[in-house]
Write a protein that binds this ligand. Structure first.
Ligand SMILES: Nc1ncnc2c1ncn2[C@@H]1O[C@H](COP(=O)(O)OP(=O)(O)OP(=O)(O)O)[C@@H](O)[C@H]1O
Ligand SMILES: [Mg+2]
Length: 197
């Protein structure tokens, strides 16, 4: 870390922003295999919250790799750095008084736990988008599994790189059993139950 850096306390606080927005702020951290439904559900939840007047933002894997993280590849080290940066950006969104929904495969438990540790206990919700790999592969919305099988894409999660499922996620969404709408309802119900919206 560089020297001679002094934190400047902002005059507006997270509490001020939450009060103005009439909501809590937190990260809804979606994790799961490619094609499990992270982006689909995260966007649908954000839309529902937006319609109800809440502040939300979706951080999505490929989009972040177009800009902030375009210098990173898919080696274990780069994936770690990818998640670390997203964790820090998510924290800024929480500070700004919004819900941030993140849609990254984030296959490693340790990386997800390190994001959790950046935040307070009521600011990190791990959402396990649980879907059997054969179903994800059958969906293959981006044609990635096909490429992974031929070896065109190396280090592909679930095929040539491991996926470490969460052991104690706050929410599990089984997308092969429940529809997108049902999964969205489940999450909205969770937020209401917590009195966060
Ligand atoms: N219950 C469900 N929930 C979410 N998606 C579903 C569900 N049932 C079917 N699908 C379909 O599964 C696909 C999920 O694709 P999506 O892009 O959301 O996955 P992803 O987890 O974001 O993958 P990636 O990590 O590659 O970005 C979509 O085509 C979606 O329509
Ligand atoms: Mg996605």
């Amino acid at each position: 870390m560089a020297q001679n850096i002094v934190w400047h306390q902002q005059s507006l606080t997270k509490a001020d922003r939450r009060e103005k927005n009439q909501q809590h702020s937190a990260v809804l951290w979606f994790t799961g295999l490619s094609g499990s439904g992270k982006s689909t559900i995260a966007n649908a939840v954000a839309e529902r919250l937006f319609k109800d007047g809440f502040q939300t933002y979706v951080l999505d894997g490929d989009n972040i790799r177009h800009g902030l993280n375009k210098d990173l590849g898919f080696t274990e080290e780069d994936r770690k750095e990818n998640i670390r940066r997203i964790g820090e950006v998510s924290k800024l969104f929480v500070d700004s008084g919004q819900f941030v929904l993140t849609a990254f495969i984030s296959p490693f438990r340790e990386d997800r736990e390190s994001v959790r540790s950046l935040l307070k206990e009521d600011e990190f919700v791990e959402v396990f988008v649980d879907c059997p790999i054969n179903e994800c592969e059958a969906r293959d919305p981006k044609g990635l599994y096909k490429k992974a099988r031929t070896g065109e894409i190396p280090h592909f999660t679930g095929i040539s790189s491991p996926y470490e499922a969460p052991t104690q996620p706050e929410i599990v969404l089984e997308t092969a059993r429940f529809s997108v709408e049902e999964c969205v309802d489940r999450l909205i119900h969770y937020l209401k139950e917590k009195n966060w919206i």
